[in-house]
Design a protein around this ligand. Structure first.
Ligand SMILES: O=C(CO)[C@@H](O)[C@H](O)COP(=O)(O)O
Length: 223
């Protein structure tokens, strides 16, 4: 994997041509695919489930699929997504009754596990599970919809999360999601993120390669 990972969110893709959209964005230089699962209960929107993940694998997608569960409860969906071919599964701590158990279920299923923090959710949920987490995802918008503006206080939270991760000594990726574009990606990377979800900034343009190249150019100025 690259040091910096670009993860297009297919929430902003054309769902009528999803396989083709995923092929195109990977060909344009994306590293992994970000897959948003919303249940109209934990978040006010309804999207896609394990059948679509399975269909992407059947279509021939071999890149990592980074499944962000915005569902409550989470545990049943974990098994279904492991079976459907997910590579990484992240969930919101406040949506699980037993955070440690949910993380273990994900790893035991052969996937990487992560916790997701909404803008107002404190990072203290991490304290006792650092050894069971492969990814920390900070939402830089309130979850539910693409196309929202980046919440600036996320930069301080990223610095806080980066310090916790570095102090832990574990190999944990720090992902950010919401309002990320080629205009702010360098500043976000400087605050400590290494994995960048971008939906509308990529799928809202016709030339995906141009946007991803522009993001990489910005990131090259950081490290
Ligand atoms: O999970 C979510 C929103 O809940 C995100 O993954 C969005 O899909 C990001 O979209 P942009 O803000 O990049 O348009």
């Amino acid at each position: 994997m690259n040091d910096f990972i670009i993860a297009p969110s297919i929430l902003s893709a054309d769902f009528a041509r999803l396989g083709e959209e995923v092929d195109n964005v990977l060909e344009a230089g994306a590293d992994i695919i970000h897959f948003d699962v919303m249940d109209n209960h934990y978040v006010p929107n309804l999207t896609i489930g394990p059948m679509v993940c399975k269909a992407l694998r059947k279509h021939g997608v071999t890149a990592d699929i980074d499944v962000h569960l915005m569902v409550k409860p989470v545990d049943r969906m974990i098994g279904d997504f492991i079976e459907a071919g997910a590579s990484i599964i992240t969930f919101h701590p406040e949506a699980s009754e037993h955070i440690d158990r949910s993380l273990q279920m994900i790893r035991e299923g052969g996937c990487k596990a992560g916790l997701v923090f909404n803008p107002a959710t404190p990072l203290h949920y991490l304290k006792h599970v650092m050894d069971k987490v492969d990814m920390v995802l900070l939402m830089s918008v309130n979850p539910g919809f693409g196309g929202q503006s980046f919440i600036p206080s996320t930069l301080d939270k990223l610095r806080e999360a980066r310090a916790l991760i570095d102090a832990s000594g574990y190999d944990i990726r720090l992902e950010v999601d919401g309002g990320v574009s080629e205009k702010n990606i360098a500043e976000i990377a400087r605050a400590g993120a290494d994995t960048f979800v971008a939906g509308s900034a990529i799928f809202g343009k016709t030339d995906y390669k141009m946007v991803i190249d522009a993001m990489r150019k910005e990131l090259a100025s950081v490290r």
